[in-house]
Design a protein around this ligand. Structure first.
Ligand SMILES: Nc1ncnc2c1ncn2[C@@H]1O[C@H](COP(=O)(O)OP(=O)(O)OP(=O)(O)O)[C@@H](O)[C@H]1O
Ligand SMILES: [Mg+2]
Length: 614
């Protein structure tokens, strides 16, 4: 929490001081109220002096109005600060999530990131509001009540001093136990979010396989676990009320008993006993609120920790600068800060017009467009390499087909090119430069990548197509759509390029979605196009038309076509055959049919004998 405070509280320093100060004024009025009532009883009611009652009433009304005024001021400051801080944290979290590499995202998982951005930020927001509105109020009220009670009568004041630690220990005992349940509840909420997300995004498959009952049972189980934690916390709260009222009522009895004797002896007046009971109630409310605040702050602390985990994650691939920061993970915090500063400085320099020049210096036009040199890659924690010792070259305008069974490493290989993952061994060179030394924006400007599960976002068709070049003219968008075999259905849509795309592109068919994501990759004249299974939902004729169109694009980009279909890759200049992460064949279709048994086997499962050699 302190770490977040250091980062985000600065603009609100004034409110963080003035808000609680306004609250102190309100507390003073609260503390004076029982004294005025005591005076009204003793000097007004008992002495039958109406003027005292009138003055007292005006005073109490004055206190009430002033109290409202100061409360409104504090409330306003608390709202501005908590909403402001919450919005900034949420924004920073979102930005950080967008900077994280695929590996970082895999290690967190989407559901927990969603709960951190929503629920955890809310908890911190509530704590910030409470910090301004309540933190100073209740301890001062409790302290003031004790001082006022002691000032009225010392022996009765001692009842207060005995009562206070008893009530406080009841509250803190309960809270300590509750905190365990609260952190459990937060973890279980993550679990519910995960099941809900999977259930909702996979709803079609779930229904197709009649798995609704299983999913319902899974959700029910997770909810029941959450309820159990909630009930655990609530059942502890149940002890609170009876226990505190027992202590308070016993204390009031003692006050009345001792007080009656003091009144009899003429030391104390009846109104003062009333004031005593008033202070006793204020004390009780204060302790209850302080206990509540401790719960709010404990929850916020747990949330702040989860937020900081994300904010402090150094992206394993720094997409702003061409330098892998994987090694920074092992640095101590000071060196890491220095390294980050240097990286930011470098990024700042690269944002200048020199950026393009810098890129041209490192890239060698004569070098092959893309080359893999003995590249291996393994996912963290995985026993086997997802890719082992892959080497190949791809020149400008050439096409490479990649084929292999499911799980053979095709998508992993594709992800290494735009530096979504970084090779654990060997080098991936783009125009002669190691991709690890290239800034991702520069690299992505040259590569049109259609990942295996490319998605559309809600918005218009145009918004979805201009990701690589936000200023792409209509002409270019339409020719990309034409090459992607998407022109016809976009033209048929009302509004054409401005037609609406709903969340996840659900208002398009699977094949239409794929073609739109291909068009997106083609806008902005890429030098290399990577299509990872991008024709899987297309019929054979459309797939063939798409390949022909890509081969005839005016800027003649190189292409990597990944597929499990022989028909998709057979026309490529070279084909790479993968099996369990290893290259088991590399050559043209005719060469591979002759020399690569695995390729021949794949061909035989898909084509007739005469088609294989046709
Ligand atoms: N995020 C990940 N974390 C851990 N292991 C992964 C991850 N993604 C893929 N793998 C593993 O890496 C291997 C290669 O996966 P990859 O997705 O590259 O296969 P693929 O050839 O594209 O398969 P498909 O044809 O089904 O798309 C598989 O064994 C898979 O289990
Ligand atoms: Mg794949």
């Amino acid at each position: 929490m302190l770490e977040l405070a250091r980062k985000y509280f600065k603009p609100y320093r004034l409110f963080l001081i003035l808000g609680p100060l306004a609250k102190v004024v309100e507390v003073v009025f609260d503390l004076l109220t029982p004294l005025v009532i005591a005076w009204m009883i003793d000097a007004g009611v008992l002495q039958k002096d109406i003027s005292v009652l009138q003055k007292g009433t005006f005073l109490l009304l004055g206190f009430a109005f002033a109290g409202i005024l100061f409360t409104l001021v504090t409330q306003k400051m608390a709202s501005i600060t908590s909403q402001g801080v919450g919005t900034k944290i949420r924004q920073s979290l979102f930005e950080r999530v967008n900077q994280l590499s695929f590996l970082d995202l895999d290690s967190f998982g989407a559901p927990t990131l969603v709960t951190r951005i929503t629920n955890d930020v809310n908890q911190v927001q509530v704590a910030v509001a409470m910090l301004i509105r309540q933190v100073i109020r209740w301890p001062i009220l409790a302290l003031g009540a004790i001082i006022c009670a002691l000032a009225i009568n010392l022996s009765l004041g001692i009842v207060f001093l005995v009562c206070l630690p008893i009530i406080a220990s009841v509250f803190f005992f309960v809270m300590k136990k509750q905190v365990v349940f609260f952190s459990q509840m937060q973890r279980r909420l993550d679990c519910i979010a995960q099941i809900a997300r999977e259930g909702l995004s996979g709803t079609r498959v779930i229904r197709a396989f009649c798995r609704e009952d299983y999913e319902n049972a899974r959700f029910k189980k997770a909810s029941a676990a959450q309820v159990k934690s909630g009930m655990g916390a609530a059942s502890l709260s149940v002890i609170l009320n009876p226990a505190t009222f027992l202590v308070i009522n016993t204390s009031i009895c003692v006050i009345l008993w001792i007080g009656a004797r003091e009144v009899g002896a003429g030391v104390l007046q009846a109104g003062q006993i009333m004031a005593f009971i008033g202070y006793m109630n204020q004390l009780l409310i204060s302790i209850a609120y302080v206990a509540n605040l401790v719960i709010i702050f404990t929850r916020a602390e747990a949330s702040a920790k989860r937020i900081n985990e994300v904010l402090d994650t150094v992206p394993s691939i720094d997409n702003g600068v061409g330098e892998s920061v994987e090694k920074q993970r092992s640095l101590d915090p000071q060196s890491r800060a220095l390294a980050q500063e240097a990286a930011q400085e470098e990024a700042r320099i690269q944002e200048t017009p020199a950026q393009e020049a810098a890129l041209q210096i490192v890239l060698t036009p004569e070098a092959p467009l893309l080359s893999f040199q003995d590249v291996s890659f393994s996912f963290p924690g995985a026993q086997n390499n997802a890719l082992s010792n892959i080497s190949f070259k791809l020149d400008r305008g050439e096409s490479l087909g990649i084929i292999g069974g499911t799980g053979s490493g095709k998508s992993t290989l594709a992800n290494l090119v735009p530096r979504m993952y970084e090779a654990t061994k060997g080098d991936v060179l783009f125009q002669g430069a190691n991709v690890k030394t290239l800034a991702q924006p520069d690299l992505h400007a040259k590569i049109g990548f259609v990942p295996q599960h490319a998605s559309l976002l809600s918005g218009t068709i145009r918004e979805n197509l201009v990701w690589r070049d936000t200023h792409a003219p209509d002409e270019e968008i339409w020719s990309a759509l034409e090459a992607a075999q998407a022109k016809d259905f976009v033209e048929a849509k009302e509004g054409k390029l401005e037609a609406e795309v709903s969340v996840d592109g659900k208002n398009f068919s699977g094949g239409q979605r794929q073609r739109l994501t291909v068009a997106r990759a083609l806008v902005g004249s890429p030098e290399l196009v990577i299509l990872d299974d991008a024709a899987s939902a297309l019929d054979f004729a459309t797939d063939a038309a798409l390949r022909r169109a890509i081969a005839n694009l005016p800027n003649n980009p190189a292409a990597i076509l990944i597929s499990q279909r022989v028909a998709t890759v057979r026309g490529a200049d070279k084909i790479l055959v993968l099996d369990k992460g290893r290259a088991v064949g590399y050559g043209t279709h005719a060469e591979l049919v002759k020399d690569c048994p695995i390729y021949l086997e794949i061909c035989r499962t898909q084509l007739r004998e005469e088609e294989i050699l046709a």
